[in-house]
Design a binder for this molecule. Sequence first.
Ligand code: MEV
Length: 313
Amino acid sequence: MQQATAPGKIILVGEHAVVYGRPAIAAPVWGTVATAILEAGAPGSGCLIKASDLGTCMRLRDAGDEDPLATLTRLVLARLGITGEPDWQIELHSEIPIASGLGSGAAISTALVRVLFAQAGVEADPAVVSALVFESERFYHGTPSGIDNTVIAYGMPIWFVREQPPEPFSPSHTFLLAIADSGIRSPTKETVGAVRRGWLADPARYEARFDAIANLVRQARVAMEAGQEEALGAIMDQNQERLAELEVSSPQLEQMIAAAREAGALGAKLSGGGRGGNVIALVTESRASAVRRALLSAGARRVLFTIVGGAAS
Ligand code: MEV
């Protein structure tokens, strides 16, 4: 038996603008993971892929090219030089809510790639895993920047610019973040598509908005490296304003963000595609419980905490 896991992710600053070549900072969330388990099946049984959370159970030989998990499995088998269909049963589980901005699709795909590499006895280099997962990400959201597969495959905070090697980025200071799920599912493909329509209709206005976000991302890096929590919180708030201008916020997200700030969060914003999914709030340890309670009262389904930076990330 082989088992592999992959974390969820948050985007600290820079989502959407990152699709248009601007930088973004993302971090893994090890408190919520996807898992793949591979067991040898009976001779001749073929390759069975079961993803109960996605309501999928298929035999590789019967699955069409439009299925992202089957396509990814075929890609990986080809990469590993495995010809013919192996007799394997693969079970995929994910604690990461789907379409919530936490990278569930990329995490499931990463766990799948890793378990296939483990079964073949080949070391899974993060750059190779990330490139394979990127192929399947295109099924989930059309024109992905590649940030989700990269941060999840590397499993460490990154400074990311599209089509460039990621810069692992782990400030010595630690930052505590509350991650609150609105319970509203919002596929990234749709929000990325909505921003693209806006950009096509008024490119100059959208390019200026993306530039403003890029400036905030650069300031966030300086604040993180200097351990300036309050400055980072203020930058997150400004990033949220820019995201609202891109029309990817929603009344429910704004309510949760306002509640977190009122309860003492240093800053709060949506994370990922938006219009649903998760918000993140930067908190001090002394305000963490109050912010958690405020987020739950404002409608959050669950609140996780994660630490970015330092040894923990
Ligand atoms: C999704 O986690 C982040 C977006 O910027 C899309 C992408 O980068 O592919 C919204």
